[in-house]
Design a protein around this ligand. Structure first.
Ligand code: TGC
Ligand code: FAD
Length: 392
């Protein structure tokens, strides 16, 4: 019983299924988040500041792109351990996990999977250490769920390319030293490019009016006739499948991260309900609050097992991208519902930044939308089940 009260969110003792290495990785990041993030995150979030000073520390901890091979400077850990890292980062804040997801899954992964050896050797060690920051530009002002409708063009100019268009809602866009940008060539084929900060014609503009993900940089990228050499192109990326394969990697991490945000909210609500007295007794002694807490714990426990099994499948090379859609869709929606329930258990205190539930709830509205909305993942899964396309 005492053990349970100490770790109420691990009701099914999933901890016991982890290897020593996985547990060590998780606990290292857990301590980092407790020490470096939780005491400050409310202020950063309110002021709309991304904690840039943490980037090198994340690099030193080895968490950036940690599931990529060590020959390029990454940690080379397995996918369960990688998922646990993202879970712990998002227990701190979705914006921090988002930074790590973009850096590892949307910038390092495409360079690793589709880049030249020269691009890999140059960028991956810098991105793994946090010396360089990356961003990923797929979404446009008029093309989000349907990236095939992108307008950004890469036109042949001599031996190189000219890039024209814009990308919207780009995480880390104003911080990035390098942007992975997706554009159509003259034949309509989707290609990927590495565009470095400072390249003439390339500008980034931070969006300042967000009521969600406030401790994360979200920017618009503009490409006004940007001239690139052919060696800026990711040589092996051809067609929509290339960026979509990066999304699979990021969605995998998001499904784990959502467990972290949900855990923070569940534990906060449980603690508060035990302490808060109304009508002469703790609100935790009421049937309605107990029922809510039990529903939260049940969904959290199911979400934990979903990603644990998904991680095993990924480590065995058996994971399908539609299984990632199921986990992303479920776990983010569950986390959002747990955050809202926690906020309500906290009463008026729950709307303040001294508690975590409201911040997580506001952040998770973005997480529910990005990397494929809840509805888009429903349609991906519906198509997989029936063989019929309901997107049109
Ligand atoms: P569709 O015919 O479905 O696919 C074209 C080809 O790609 C393959 N494929 C995938 N491969 C790997 N992973 C995936 N997730 C894949 N999904 C599809 C597919 O098998 C096909 O291959 P082939 O060999 O037959 O050519 O193309 P479609 O145009 O019908 O796609 C529709 C849809 C809805 C699946 C897709 O476009 C989609 O996923 N839309 C959502 C867009 C999205 O998620 N954008 C995210 C932008 S990045 C971001 O939000 C970062 S947030 C910051 C953070 O991560 O924290
Ligand atoms: P739309 O596609 O316009 O969808 C609007 C609504 O219509 C949604 O509810 C959707 O589910 C619904 N809908 C659309 N099509 C259908 C259909 N066929 N059937 C039923 N319903 C449908 N993008 C990047 O490329 N890089 C990033 O780093 C990045 N970071 C982001 C960070 C934040 C904080 C946010 C909020 C977004 C970010 N995005 C990024 C963009 C994100 O991926 C898109 O917002 C997302 O893909 C949805 O696109 P949209 O906003 O254009 O919505």
């Amino acid at each position: 019983m005492e053990e349970l009260l100490a770790r109420p969110a691990d009701y099914y003792m999933l901890d016991g299924l982890l290897s020593d290495d996985e547990r060590l990785t998780r606990d290292t990041v857990r301590r980092f988040v407790d020490r470096e993030v939780l005491p400050h995150i409310g202020g950063w979030w309110l002021r709309g500041e991304f904690p840039r000073h943490l980037v090198r520390q994340l690099g030193d901890l080895g968490v950036l792109g940690a599931n990529l091979p060590s020959e390029y400077g990454a940690a080379g850990i397995n996918n369960v351990a990688y998922g646990l890292i993202l879970q712990e980062l998002e227990r701190g804040d979705s914006g921090l996990r988002s930074f790590a997801s973009v850096q590892g899954s949307l910038v390092m992964y495409p360079i690793y999977a589709y880049g030249s050896e020269t691009q890999r050797r140059y960028w991956l060690p810098r991105l793994a250490s946090g010396e360089a920051i990356g961003c990923f530009g797929l979404t446009e002002p008029s093309a989000g769920s349907d990236p095939a409708a992108m307008q950004t063009r890469a036109r042949r100019r001599g031996n190189g390319w000219e890039l024209t268009g814009s990308k919207m809602w780009i995480t880390s866009g104003s911080l990035a030293d390098v942007a992975v940008v997706w554009a159509k060539d003259d034949s309509g084929e989707i290609l990927g490019f590495l565009v470095e900060r400072g390249t003439p014609g390339f500008t980034a503009h931070e969006l300042k009016t967000k009521a969600s993900m406030r401790a994360s940089d979200t920017s618009e990228l503009v490409f006004d006739g940007v001239r690139l050499e052919d060696d800026a192109r990711l040589p092996d990326a051809k067609g929509l499948k290339a960026p979509l394969s990066c999304l699979t990697q990021a969605r995998y991490g998001i499904a784990w991260g959502a467990v972290g945000a949900a855990t923070a909210c569940f534990e906060e609500a449980l603690g508060y309900a035990r302490d808060r007295v109304a009508f002469g007794r703790p609100i935790a002694a009421t049937q309605i609050i107990q029922a809510r807490l039990v529903d939260m714990l049940t969904e959290l426990t199911k979400a934990q097992f979903l990603v644990y099994r998904l991680g095993q499948l990924k480590d065995q090379g058996l994971m399908r991208h539609t299984q990632v859609s199921l986990a992303k869709r479920n776990n983010v929606r569950v986390a959002l519902e747990i955050a809202r329930a926690a906020r309500s258990i906290l009463g008026a205190y729950g709307i303040t930044i001294e508690y975590h539930a409201m911040r997580h709830s506001a952040n998770l509205e973005s997480v529910d939308t990005y990397e494929g909305t809840y509805d888009i993942h429903t349609l991906i899964l519906g198509r997989d089940l029936t063989g019929l396309n309901a997107f049109g």
